[in-house]
Design a protein around this ligand. Structure first.
Ligand code: TMP
Length: 221
């Protein structure tokens, strides 16, 4: 069995986590064996690094890059690779494409070096399909802010990336769009500003053809 590997990518407030959760549920209901993980995170080291990477003190861009890659190497070795070998449908909420977009296009680090590090951390195993939830950063950041307001979190939780300026987030968006354009077989772009059920329908339309003809594990956990 070699499983099926699906990644969600996109800027802040694009709806990735919501859609990854809905896809997980849809697969489970149909008797598949989905495993949902997030980056950075989903391992003890990854969750520890996530706290620092998202809300910690300022760090230099090269250090930031290496910490994301460390979290990825751990997640790939301990969760993604074994689950794929077990025939699971592995859904990742962000993956290597986020490093290209944020650390490459956003921070301006060298794209060739990032590619080398991504290959190293992933051991060359990339998603069978990457779904880019594309959204205007002004709308996405606004969504994030309303969510924080409704949870009474505004200003309480500094976030390294959400607090970056709009030029940074526009560069990140272009970084995602360029990756999708360069690999139309591996990436699909879905408009993230539509209603949640409509985006979920588009996601299912992209994922369901990949389920047929694969030897996927069928019982749910
Ligand atoms: P989120 O997935 O909850 O949005 O938070 C993760 C943050 O980390 C998000 O702002 C994007 C950022 N990030 C990078 O800058 N590079 C990466 O490689 C990954 C996985 C995430």
């Amino acid at each position: 069995m070699s499983g099926l590997f699906i990644a969600f990518e996109g800027g802040e407030g694009a709806g990735k986590s919501t859609q990854a959760g809905l896809l997980d549920e849809a697969l489970r209901q149909r008797g598949y064996y989905p495993v949902l993980v997030r980056e950075p995170g989903s391992t003890p080291l990854g969750e520890h690094l996530r706290e620092y990477l998202v809300a910690g003190q300022p760090i230099t861009p090269p250090a930031e890059l290496l910490l994301f890659e460390a979290a990825r190497a751990e997640l790939m070795a301990r969760r993604i690779a074994p689950d794929l070998a077990d025939g699971a449908v592995v859904i990742v909420d962000r993956f290597a494409g986020s490093t290209v977009a944020y650390q490459g296009h956003g921070r301006g680090l060298d794209l060739e070096r990032i590619k080398w590090l991504n290959d190293f951390a992933t051991r060359g195993r990339y998603p069978d399909l990457t779904l880019l939830l594309d959204i205007d950063p002004a709308i996405g950041l606004n969504r994030v802010q309303s969510r924080q307001l409704s949870f009474g979190l505004l200003d309480a939780d500094a976030d390294r990336f959400e607090d970056a300026d709009i030029a940074f987030h526009s560069a990140v968006r272009r970084g995602f769009q360029e990756q999708a354009a360069a690999d139309p077989a591996g990436w699909q772009v879905i408009q993230g500003n539509h209603a949640i059920p409509d985006v979920a329908t588009a996601v299912w339309r992209s994922v369901s053809p990949l389920l047929a003809g694969r030897n996927l594990r069928r019982e749910s956990v």
